[in-house]
Design a binder for this molecule. Structure first.
Ligand SMILES: [Zn+2]
Length: 126
């Protein structure tokens, strides 16, 4: 990796919930746990689109990007030029407040832009 690299940006497109049929719901404990969100306060709401004429029954209309930015710090540069393990890099990134695409997606799910299912579908392929 060149010393001129200062950061790495990655992004994926997720579908926006249809604005005409969007409904709010309270996810159950099991759903939150499965999504790694068990720490969220009780009573948080998520959103989904049951489907309508406007979105052809799909429940989504349009797309928006979720992204993550990894800023390369001096410390990371040392790791990169030394013995690289992804675990080591990831731990460093998290220590430097790295927020991954899943985190960004969850923010957008909580904000009603997309659904939890869509974030999981796009960030955990297969
Ligand atoms: Zn709709």
């Amino acid at each position: 990796m060149s010393s001129s690299v200062i950061g790495v940006l990655a992004q994926r497109l997720i579908r926006r919930i249809c604005s005409r049929c969007k409904v709010e719901y309270e996810p159950d404990a099991r759903t939150l746990e499965g999504a790694g969100l068990a720490h969220l306060p009780k009573g948080i709401t998520l959103f989904k689109g049951p489907g309508c004429e406007f979105c052809n029954g799909i429940g989504y209309k349009g797309r928006i990007a979720i992204h993550e930015v990894l800023t390369i710090t001096e410390e990371m540069r040392d790791v990169i030029y030394g013995e690289v393990t992804t675990g080591k890099l990831r731990a460093l990134a998290v220590a430097n407040n790295f927020r991954d695409m899943y985190f960004d997606g969850i923010q957008k799910a909580l904000g009603g832009i997309t659904s939890l299912e869509e974030v999981q579908r796009v960030t955990h392929p297969g």
